[in-house]
Design a protein around this ligand. Structure first.
Ligand SMILES: Nc1nc2c(ncn2[C@@H]2O[C@H](COP(=O)(O)OP(=O)(O)OP(=O)(O)O)[C@@H](O)[C@H]2O)c(=O)[nH]1
Ligand SMILES: [Mg+2]
Length: 464
């Protein structure tokens, strides 16, 4: 292994050898080549992949996830290749993991465990380390029994050694539960501090890079801000949020932050633990959703990233979809096909700089839109108005009145007001914020300063 300063460090352990196993269910998106992403994850975890087994099934086997016959194949493969590990592309229940382990005679990991392991290796800041430890313990707690079974096997045969008693298990459970509680409180404190910091920076507009892991977020951050953020061709190179000043031409400084990458079926424990890290994205004025256009699975990755955004509660924000790495796409028709699917998307190359001028322009224009606070009056059955307001603005409150009337207090780009009126609603400007109290007009001052350099409306930004 080469270190960045050029010295070579010798790993005193051979990398572990793994057989990958994937069960293709009717809901599974089939990758080309199969198990490509799992192989990438294994690589990021420093594991050497020596074999693969896939099976199509209508439903997982309750006890062993794959069918018994296939399990026998896996066992033979493990023996002949001398594999140390079997890694499942699917998530296993504690009992399934235990059963498979007993059957194949090698350590069994599922996708979540593999991802947790990568995060544990890469977490560098204190906050990321706490988040990973929490996620790992929450994953471990229901599986304690299986781990003890491991130890039990190693000491098999000893008189009176029948594994830990329930008492030992119970003690461990309590210890872990206690540590989980500690970690949660500590992370909560960090999260609240982070929220305050992010709010304190509100005098600057903020833009967050989000998207599938390895899409090129950090590379784009570096190209746009001339920063020196760690970039690697590996899954989950970035685990910590980095924020940099970005001198936006014709606008001034904004803050650009890089975040942890997403992946399909991101383990729920991880999402919860990285809440503080994702605070930047949650509070951002604009998201740049970066996708790797050169990846054959780009469409699935785009939808997976949107799903994660939804899960962490930041869907519906102004977002520019950026199709990155177009320098690697030889066949231009592939870019066109992507643009057919996502007409608003912007093709770029963070590496060669192609498209970055348009991106900068698009960001300035979106940020320059003036938001105002209004009461939108409509009828309860006019769903188009409610949907429009929720898609393009931020809703503070809704009040229902007699005769089916509804008032939505919200914040909207000014240019959309005529369109809402055309949908049959009436719009009244308010001088109040969502809590009904007079608000410090500071953001308005900021806006009017910016208006000195009008940038106009983006063509094609119309989502309706
Ligand atoms: N050819 C090409 N490669 C790119 C481009 N952008 C990024 N890459 C490469 O893609 C790999 C991943 O880039 P990163 O910037 O680390 O990706 P990331 O989205 O930050 O990834 P994580 O932090 O792991 O989520 C690196 O090897 C980059 O050099 C591009 O426009 N063209
Ligand atoms: Mg990164």
């Amino acid at each position: 292994m080469k270190r960045r300063n050029g010295t070579t460090i010798r790993l005193n352990r051979e990398p572990e050898k793994a057989v990958l196993v994937g069960v293709i269910l009717p809901t599974t998106t089939i990758e080309d080549p199969p198990l490509a992403e799992l192989a990438g994850l294994a690589d990021a975890a420093g594991v050497n992949v020596v074999g693969q087994v896939t099976q199509r099934r209508l439903a997982p086997d309750a006890a062993t996830f794959i069918g018994r016959g296939k399990l026998e194949d896996v066992k033979k493969l493990v023996r002949s290749l001398r594999a140390d590990l079997v890694i499942f592309d699917n998530d296993l229940s504690p009992a399934q993991g235990r059963n498979i382990e007993r059957e194949v005679g090698a350590r069994v990991l599922d996708r979540t465990q593999l991802i947790l392991d990568i995060f544990a290796r890469r977490a560098q800041t204190y906050e990321a380390q706490l988040a990973v430890e929490l996620a790992q313990l929450e994953y471990t707690l229901p599986r304690l029994k299986r781990m003890w079974t491991h130890l039990e096997r190693q000491t098999k045969g000893g008189v009176g050694l029948r594994g830990p008693g329930e008492k030992q298990l119970e003690m461990d459970r309590r210890l872990i539960a206690h540590r989980i509680h500690e970690l949660r409180s500590e992370l909560e404190v960090i999260h609240r501090r982070r929220q305050r910091e992010v709010i304190a920076r509100k005098q600057f507009k903020t833009v967050s890079l989000v998207g599938y892991t390895n899409a090129g977020k950090s590379t784009l951050m570096n190209s746009l801000t001339h920063a020196d953020v760690y970039v690697e061709d590996a899954l989950f190179a970035t685990l910590d949020t980095r924020t940099r000043r970005w001198q936006l031409p014709g606008w001034g400084p904004v803050l650009l932050s890089d975040t942890v990458g997403f992946i399909r079926d991101l383990p729920h424990h991880l999402i919860a633990s990285f809440k503080a890290t994702l605070e930047e994205a949650r509070q951002a004025d604009l998201l740049l959703h970066v996708a790797d256009g050169s990846n054959p699975a780009v469409l699935q990755q785009i939808s997976a990233a949107y799903r994660v955004l939804e899960e962490i509660g930041i869907e519906g924000k102004d977002t520019i979809l950026v199709i990155n790495k177009i320098d690697r796409i030889a066949d231009r028709r592939r870019v066109d096909a992507l643009l057919d699917r996502y007409p608003q998307a912007l093709p770029i190359s963070a590496q060669t700089g192609e498209g970055l001028a348009q991106l900068t322009q698009m960001v300035s224009e979106l940020l320059a839109r003036k938001f105002i606070e209004v009461d939108v009056e409509t009828t309860v059955d006019n769903a188009r108005v409610a949907v429009f307001v929720k898609t393009h603005g931020e809703v503070f409150s809704q009040r229902y009145h007699h005769e089916n009337r509804l008032t939505i207090r919200c914040r909207l780009p000014e240019e959309y007001l005529p369109r809402i009126e055309r949908l049959g609603a009436s719009v009244r400007r308010t001088r109040h914020n969502g809590s009904g109290q007079e608000q410090n007009p500071a953001p308005e001052i900021e806006q009017s300063r910016i208006e000195l350099e009008p940038t106009g409306v983006i063509p094609g930004e119309d989502h309706t």
